[in-house]
Write a new protein. Sequence first.
Length: 478
Amino acid sequence: MVAVGLLAMLAAAGGITVPATHGTWTTADEPQYLLTAISLAEDGDLDIADELAEARWRPFHALPLPEQTEPLADGRRLSPHDPLLPLLLAGPVAAGGWVGAKLAMAAMAGLLAALLLWTAVRRFAVPLRTATLAAAVFALSPPLAVYGSQLYPELPAALVTLAAVAALVSPGPARGAGATQVPAGVGATLVVGGAVVALPWLAVKYVPVAAALAMVGCWGLVRAGRGRRALVLAGSLVVAGVVFLVLHRWWYGGWTPYAAGDHFVGGELSVVGTEPDYLGRSRRLLGLLVDRGFGLAAWQPAWLLAVPALAVMLARRPRGWAAAAVPLAAGWLVATFVALTMHGWWFAGRQVVVVLPLAALAVAWWTGPDHRRRVLLAVAGGAGVLAQLWLVAEGAAGRITWAVDATATANPLYRAWRLVLPDYLAMSWWTWILHVAWLVALGAWAVAAVGPRQRPPRFRRLSGREAHQGVNVGRVRG
């Protein structure tokens, strides 16, 4: 755990040397989180009016800053983002500026990798060698390694989500489907409750993932005969939700921090789009995985293994399956149908980072002790680790940036691999052909991985003579 965690931290920290855009070290929402962290560290409040007036963004954003915030009635200016990430970064910012904040993110990336290894072995009974391999290849490659140096709530949210799953799955042999998705004790229940409360404070978009974790936890407690604890957990979460809404109305003037933003002209709920095309967004169900620029597999092909892994997990329902699969589905559906866009001013995979550790757990469980699957994971994962090293080397040399032109990398593996991936930014006939081809291929892989269900053996009634002979044979053998 220490070795994997340190490697993950170093891989993430290497990304600090890569500019966000040409001329800036941070971009998009990152400066907003930093300004709020500075305000919390120095003034003890969320008001960034003085930081904006003093241009405190200059060390990490040399270009003019899009301010994002609308002055409130009392003159305050609040960044339209939830405050838990700035609170976590306030100390590191005070100690080391924007670099200190990014180092803190890298440390969280190390913790995530170590916890992923521990959870795979202790909760999902994955062999240590396989768990180490899976934790290493996913933590040392995009997008987890990339967001280990990006000032977004994605990686802290992934760490919180994984901690909740580790607490939800009881150790020990499974007692049947769903029976072990129960917090083992009061401490584990507190971890689940704390994670569910923390996720919306990192970003309101994580509410569905938090609700999925709460649902799995409460249902598991009820099934285990701990209805009183389930009721206490549910009631506490309702109270926490009320506090969340009241404080947001007080601080931001709305139900979400988007109410303080200057770019949601149709109201704070327009963050999901004023006229969303849900049928068109359904392409993201596959595109989030295989898009040539913003898909997970474009940069780390080992994420493709999550398709057969999850198919087998849903078919066999091993210990902890619901704790991993339900929040993962919630996060993926939010990224598909709720997020305004799959593409944006950020690196690939941002919308699903929160649940990627759960997909990694599924891959590790499916790989298990199987030698061939372990080789497949190592080869595919190695390509992703190489992609991370290549991006950092090119970025440090000034040839690419994280948010603008990462796809311009000269990595020959990526340049060749992207040719067979669909480009959802250009919906041509060739994109549709590739879309259908990948849909069929991954669907077939999932079906083949599950395989035919074995029918139970048929039994026929024995005649009296046959039964008598069987008893006598048993006596002789005994």
